[in-house]
Structure formats: C-alpha cells, structure tokens
Ligand binder design. Structure first.
Ligand code: YRO
Length: 312
C-alpha cells in the first residue's frame, strides 16, 4: 500500500520519521536516519549555544515495554552545527530534512530563525514549544499568551510553512484556546503532537530509588503508555485546525499504533521511545506492518482513512 505523504508542501516517501531528540544529535546519528527506511528525519532541538545537558542517568526505558522517562536537559551541538548540516544536506535524496529549534529565549529563537531563513534552504522548521519559559513560569506550551507572542514574532520571520512541537493538553478548553491561537498564523502549517508527558516519576521497587538523576527523578514520559493521550491530541487539533496538518507522535511501537495515529488525523508519524530501544530498523518493520494493515483493511493510501475515526 502507498504510505507516502506530503507535509508542509514537502513530499515524504513514507510517513515515518524520528521524534526530535532520538537518533538525531550528531552527524553520526543523522547518518543512521538517512540510511534507515524512514521517510524523513528531524534534528535534535537546537539552542543558540552548545549544551552538555543533564547528568546521567537521564533516560531509561521502563519495565515491561510500557514506555520511557527522560530528563536529557536539551543536550545539543548548538544551532550552527545543525545549520551547517542543513547547508550540506543532499536535498535530492527525496528524504526531506526537518530542523527542530528550542531557543531558551524568544531572542535566541529569533536569531536562530533569522539564520535559517537567511540560508534559504529547503529544510522545514519545527519550533519546540515544550522549551522552558522564564524560570518559575510553566513551559511555553502551557503559557498561551507567551506562545501567541512568540508566534507573532517568529511566523513573519520564518515566512515559509513551519510547525510547532506541542506538549500534551488534557482539558478540552485548552484544546480550544490553543487552537484559537494557532489559527491566527497562516504559515503555521503543522502541529506535532505530543511531546513527552511532563514531569513523571519512575521509582525502582527494590532499590527504592528514582530511575533518573536529574530533577529528583522527574522527567518526561514517552512510549506506549502515552499513546491514548497522543491520539486525543492529534484528533483534537485535527478537528480544530482546518487547513493545517498534524504530525502524530507518542506510543508508536508497531504499524497498529501508526495506523491509529493516521485514523486520528495524523499526516505523518514520529517515533521516539521505540526508535531509541529498537534502533533505526524499526522504520522498515513499522512501515511494512502499516502497509500490511492497510492491505488487509482495503485502504490504498493514507488519505483513504486519515482522520476517519468513527464516533458512536
Ligand atoms: C524538556 C526540555 C529540556 C525543556 C526541552 C527538550 C526536551 C527534552 C530534553 O532534552 O530533556 N526531552 C523531551 O522529552 N522533550 C523535550 O522537548
């Protein structure tokens, strides 16, 4: 079956790629993504300066394949590294390149966006709004006024279609309020739902210790356990953002969850925890599983069922 898709006007040979943060910090990581069966790739969220990130252990899978917890602390090579990578990328490769930016301030996001716009490259920007706001305030994704202000500055600078990475929302009023903001920006072409479910806590029963070191063990939750929250966020924004697209991420461990994300409304699907645990071979496996599911159900393309979840 045909699992290709178009995102922000760019053709992806298949709908699967990595979630920003996984298998994408260094050129060696990105080379594995280019060589994999993914349809695209996205870089680790970049800050203006290089960052080491938090002390380890800062990521761990959770027992029983239910998911993962991480508090990486935005380790990345600094935005110029990814700008250079984007300048040298082979855009004839048919595998489009996405760039994630996560400035620690609006000023940093402005400088990074201006640099990418000046370079005039075919790559697509995804601004990470799970990035921190001023200390003491909630993350940008949960501060609608700050997010609207940020978008009102960045959207005109970027000019081309771009996307934003969003934390999960859990209240219908928040879906409504967030969508009202996003619908104000014509070149905001897609939203990527969801980032990890914030500030979970994993504790080892035997040792009675937190599993990760940073933040007293508090970290973002990913993997199968967040699938249903991810599907809700994908569908809520699919319903509320006419003319825009949604990238689905959260809980994709097989073709089945990828199918459900598309049914919920996703135009593309990112994989995080499963990619971290299985490696880039996950893309070929999940692509085949999804294609087989589509054949079994009589669907030829993703458009045949995208967003067509049935309500009772
Ligand atoms: C959580 C932040 C460090 C503010 C942003 C980077 C990030 C991280 C990270 O680098 O810790 N982990 C996630 O699961 N999602 C993210 O967006």
């Amino acid at each position: 079956a045909d699992i290709s898709t178009t995102l922000a006007g760019v053709k992806l040979p298949n709908l699967l790629f990595n979630a920003s943060g996984v298998c994408c910090q260094t050129e060696a990581d990105l080379k594995l993504m280019v060589e994999s069966e993914s349809g695209s790739l996205i870089t680790k969220s970049a800050t203006f300066e290089q960052r080491d990130g938090n002390p380890s252990p800062r990521y761990t899978p959770l027992p029983g394949g239910i998911g993962s917890i991480n508090s990486m602390g935005l380790p990345n090579e600094g935005y110029e590294y990814y700008l250079n990578y984007a300048k040298n990328y082979d855009y004839s490769s048919k595998k489009p390149l996405f760039i994630s930016l996560s400035g620690l301030s609006l000023a940093d996001n402005v400088k990074m966006c201006e640099a990418f716009v000046a370079a005039d490259l075919p790559c697509v920007l995804e601004i990470n709004y799970s990035c921190p706001n001023v200390p003491g305030k909630p993350q940008m994704g949960y501060d609608l006024e700050a997010m609207e202000h940020s978008l009102s500055v960045l959207a005109p600078i970027i000019k081309k279609p771009f996307g934003i990475k969003l934390p999960p929302y859990f209240d219908i009023a928040h879906f409504d309020q967030a969508a009202a903001v996003f619908n104000k920006f014509d070149n905001l072409a897609f939203v990527t739902c969801i980032n990890s479910v914030g500030n979970g806590l994993a504790i080892d029963f035997e040792t009675e210790e937190a599993l990760i070191k940073p933040k007293d063990g508090f970290g973002g939750l990913g993997g199968l356990m967040v699938l249903n929250t991810a599907l809700a966020n994908v569908n809520a924004f699919h319903r509320r953002l006419p003319g825009k697209q949604v990238i689905g991420v959260g809980g994709v461990v097989s073709g089945k969850e990828a199918f459900l994300h598309v049914l919920a409304g996703a135009s593309a699907v990112q994989i995080g925890t499963q990619l971290k645990e299985e490696g880039p071979g996950a893309f070929a496996r999940i692509a085949k599983e999804l294609s087989d599911i589509m054949v079994a159900k009589g669907y030829k393309t993703l458009e045949d069922f995208r967003g067509k979840v049935k309500t009772l």
